[in-house]
Ligand binder design. Sequence first.
Ligand SMILES: [Zn+2]
Ligand SMILES: [Zn+2]
Length: 110
Amino acid sequence: MGDFVVERAKHEVLEWKERHDLVQIQLKLPGELRDLSIQKLKQLQSKLRTDLEEVDKVLYLENAKKCMKCEENNRTVTLEPCNHLSICNTCAGSVTECPYCQVPVITTHT
Ligand SMILES: [Zn+2]
Ligand SMILES: [Zn+2]
């Protein structure tokens, strides 16, 4: 009975170690990847997929805030007449057309 508990605990430690190892796996060379079991590769694939989704989400949100001309500063300027909030203060002086819809700019306002 006592042995059973010990065996179980050992098993749990091993399982935890498996998961922990997986977290440690970063990008590997194709040769190294070939050494992994199919099951481990599948786990790795789904983990990377989830990570990639997170990166995509953040990147999309960050991009949506950035100036379409310099892609560095946040968008703060609205263009007339198209009304697009597409560029930053720095670029406002140099744009002649909206980078989003290509409509010629008549005036800008913040
Ligand atoms: Zn800009
Ligand atoms: Zn526009």
